[in-house]
Design a protein around this ligand. Structure first.
Ligand SMILES: Nc1ncnc2c1ncn2[C@@H]1O[C@H](COP(=O)(O)OP(=O)(O)OP(=O)(O)O)[C@@H](O)[C@H]1O
Length: 489
């Protein structure tokens, strides 16, 4: 009796928390809480006991063997749904046990918490975990008064706390950030394509892999021009090749290629290209092709509304009889940089530059996309009047900040992502601007020229002459026949 009295006295003098603990001990509530906490284990134990009591050892063996066999069969029959389920379960497990259990401690250690009244603190909410090819992605809801930049500043501390080489912070909406725990740099490995799927939607054209391992797409509707630059061998032509391989399979796309290197980098496209010119010395031939595309642009701008009912090409459905025209000028500095040219050639170069400039400024509503590539990204080779009107810009490896700026514009001075840092061996890696205007690193896929040749031959039947769509004829046809490798239009 005296023992019971002592116990009651002790309980009465205990602080509130400890009283709750003691009450829970007395009522058995603790047991229910423990079983709930271990509900997975409890459920499994019950299933094992049930199977054993009903079917004996045979049941237990089946229980051990059937789930992996069924899972394997599912994976073979429908890998997409299997991966979806497995990733979902893994992500849930990591949310609760890997990251959730340490979340508060990490936030406090990285100084991302906010003090609360009473000496306590509150931390941002870890809402969800998803799995990406590059590593786990933590979806975080910020506290009032916090900004994504607070997390970006602590990226190093977060990486150490989570035990990963790098944490990337991206904003996904107001009050939300994603922390990508990077386990591997997906851009390290080349992406070799042995075939390229046709591009069916010009508003979503896959062009490269981003740092999260996902494909990046571009919307070519209402785009007038792209500029791209990088040192020799950085992967410009290969990047353009992989893109062209998808686009040329669309019957509503015609390609015109001018290769200022004068080599055979683009010869694979000749059977499918509406016009192909690999001239680096005879600028008359180059001007003739540029004039033809320019003529098509003028024809469309003057007649499109009357003939098709809309002044803007991109408001109309894509139609093989009114194709989008991609004009690629590789090594454009051959024609735009007039240093060292004789007066006559200089005159031709100025004419070419003027026409390209007009295409870049006015080609959008005529459905003409001009793409200029150069290994000499200076203001002479890539006049700012052209660059500033090109809404899509790609910088492969360059040697200086000035070169980076000549391609990407002044934005490159204010960001950590720079094409100057791209290692020489990482061919095909480039810096591009995202839709949100930020710069990011991507890796272009690589399609070898034999594969490209096979694709071009497969769809050679889709090639049409630009004259069929209202472009003026190229004047020096006879010359083109005499020199088929040089000009074909
Ligand atoms: N995305 C890529 N992935 C892997 N390797 C690549 C990639 N792009 C290019 N390469 C390699 O780099 C080589 C040079 O690429 P490419 O010809 O595209 O360079 P470039 O920048 O156009 O050079 P240049 O200005 O001299 O024409 C290719 O032959 C290929 O071996």
């Amino acid at each position: 009796m005296s023992n019971l009295l002592t116990l009651v006295k002790t309980l009465l003098t205990l602080p509130r928390k400890r009283v709750n603990g003691a009450a829970s001990l007395l009522t058995g509530w603790w047991l229910i809480r423990l079983l709930w906490r271990l509900r997975g284990l409890v459920a499994m134990t019950l299933v094992v006991l049930f199977v054993y009591s009903t079917w004996g050892w045979v049941g237990l063996v089946l229980l051990a063997v059937l789930p992996p066999v069924l899972s394997f069969a599912w994976r073979v029959l429908h890998p997409v749904s299997h991966t979806w389920l497995v990733n979902g379960l893994t992500a849930r497990h990591r949310l609760r046990h890997t990251y959730g259990s340490r979340w508060d401690a990490v936030m406090v250690a990285c100084n991302l918490h906010v003090p609360a009244p009473g000496g306590d603190h509150i931390t941002p909410t870890l809402q969800k975990v998803t799995l990406a090819p590059v590593g786990d992605v933590l979806h975080v809801r910020l506290l009032d008064g916090q900004a994504p930049a607070d997390f970006a500043r602590q990226a190093d501390e977060l990486a150490h706390a989570f035990g990963v080489p790098e944490v990337r912070v991206t904003t996904t909406g107001p009050g939300r950030v994603e922390l990508v725990l990077v386990l591997l740099d997906v851009l390290d490995e080349p992406v070799i394509l042995t075939d390229v799927p046709p591009v069916t939607d010009l508003r979503r054209v896959r062009f490269a892999i981003g740092e999260d391992g996902e494909w990046r797409t571009r919307n070519y509707a209402n785009i007038a021009a792209e500029v791209g630059g990088g040192v020799p061998g950085s992967g410009k032509t290969a990047g353009e090749t992989s893109l062209a391989c998808g686009l040329i399979q669309n019957p509503a796309v015609q390609y015109v290629v001018i290769d200022g290197k004068g080599g055979e980098d683009w010869s694979w496209i000749a059977p499918r290209a509406a016009a192909y010119c690999a001239e680096d010395e005879d600028l008359t031939a180059v001007l003739a092709v540029v004039e033809q595309v320019h003529g098509l642009m003028r024809h469309r701008l003057k007649t499109q509304k009357a003939n098709r009912g809309e002044a803007n090409f991109w408001n109309l459905p894509l139609d093989p009889n009114h194709p989008a025209v991609f004009l690629v000028v590789d090594e454009v500095q051959t024609f735009t940089d007039t240093k060292g040219m004789d007066p006559e050639t200089k005159q031709l170069a100025w004419q070419i530059t003027a026409r390209l400039s007009a295409l870049v400024k006015k080609g959008r509503s005529a459905g003409i996309v001009t793409r200029l590539l150069t290994q000499k990204p200076t203001n002479d080779a890539l006049p700012t009047a052209i660059r500033d009107n090109a809404s899509v810009r790609t910088a492969w490896r360059v040697m200086s900040k000035d070169a980076a700026e000549a391609i990407l514009g002044p934005i490159v001075r204010d960001t950590e992502v720079s094409p100057v840092d791209i290692p020489e061996a990482m061919r095909g890696i480039a810096v591009v601007a995202t839709d949100a205007g930020r710069l990011e690193r991507v890796r272009f896929p690589f399609v070898d020229e034999h594969t490209a040749e096979i694709i071009a031959a497969r769809v050679a039947g889709l090639r049409r002459e630009l004259t069929e769509f209202g472009a003026p004829a190229v004047e020096d046809d006879q010359e083109a026949e005499d020199d088929p490798a040089g000009v074909r239009a």
